[in-house]
Ligand binder design. Structure first.
Ligand SMILES: [Zn+2]
Ligand SMILES: [Zn+2]
Length: 300
């Protein structure tokens, strides 16, 4: 028989008796051999990887010593199966962090120009990179057009233009995940709120906030960002020669400014986003969960 879920019961899921204290977890992997084992698992063509293959890849002669380090990882970072060893989620996450450069790089790049015009003053836009976050800003008035974490690994082997494209894709996908209720950081439950104040990187006074109930990760955006994949929105633009796939989101004013968004009703909460294009205008009405209720086209 299932019982109604209470906040107390939800929390108890996190009180895992097998879980490691974070300090113990970091101590376990703070060792070159163990990191090499995780990297060898990462580089392997097939999983699981046999003991002998893993030892050969790590390049350790002493089998007993190698086994000692492998056993330290087994359980929390690595799982032992009949045919060999494989990652557990936490082990893969460690290697990904190393590859993403989060532990060993502190790159900064000079601001570089990107496509589009400032929604506030019409000047050109530039991307800047600081503290592992990429931000699109107006070069004249400084108005923000979106800012989000971008791991240093994302800068590797990419031209400035490719970095901007990758950032565009990353923001679209992570906001989509968040709007669907899944935290991009920890996969916890994400809540969506419509907020009326201008205290955010975009400076919009009517915006969408997503907040994770588990890790408190937050994302904010203009309401229009939710509509980039909506079929009516995509075809309205396609019929007028604009492919929404190929336009960086910050070049679409209704994705970065609240000038095109208005509150239609507070109870129940309803928003309308206007998308003027080529003499026509598409108007999309959404509820507080950002589900589309209605769309219609208005001729000028
Ligand atoms: Zn500006
Ligand atoms: Zn989270």
């Amino acid at each position: 028989m299932s019982k109604p879920e209470t906040a107390g019961e939800r929390e108890s899921v996190l009180e895992c008796t097998d879980c490691l204290d974070p300090a113990e977890a970091f101590a376990l992997i703070a060792n070159d051999v163990r990191l090499s084992i995780l990297e060898a698992l990462w580089a392997a063509d097939e999983s699981p990887v046999s003991f002998s293959t893993l030892r050969r890849e790590v390049g350790m002669r002493d089998s007993a010593q190698f086994n000692y380090h492998l056993q330290k990882l087994t359980g929390h970072f690595v799982t032992q199966q009949a045919e060999g060893y494989a990652f557990k989620h936490a082990g893969e996450k460690v290697v990904r962090s190393v590859i993403a450069g989060s532990f060993n790089e502190h790159p900064s790049i000079e601001p570089f120009p990107v496509a589009g015009q400032c929604v506030a003053c019409g000047s050109s836009l530039a991307a800047s990179y600081e503290d592992e976050r990429l931000a699109i800003m107006c070069v004249d008035c400084g108005h923000g057009h979106g800012e989000y974490a971008f791991p240093p690994g994302g800068l590797t082997d990419r031209t400035r233009g490719e970095i901007a494209d990758a950032f565009d894709q990353r923001v679209r996908h992570l906001h989509c995940l968040a709007a669907d209720g899944v935290c991009p950081e920890c996969s916890g439950r994400m809540e969506t709120h419509i907020v009326e104040d201008d205290d955010c990187c975009l400076g919009v006074s009517l915006r969408v906030d997503h907040e994770c109930r588990q890790c408190a990760h937050t994302l904010c955006s203009a309401a229009g960002l939710r509509l980039l994949d909506h079929s009516e929105v995509v075809s309205f633009h396609r019929e007028r020669g604009v492919s929404l796939d190929e336009r960086p989101y910050w070049t679409l004013p209704w994705c970065v400014s609240d000038e095109f968004t208005r509150l239609v009703s507070r109870d129940p909460l309803e928003l309308e986003v206007r998308m003027p294009l080529a003499g026509d205008e598409l108007r999309v009405t959404m509820n507080g969960d950002l589900d589309v209720l209605e769309t219609h086209t208005v001729d000028d």
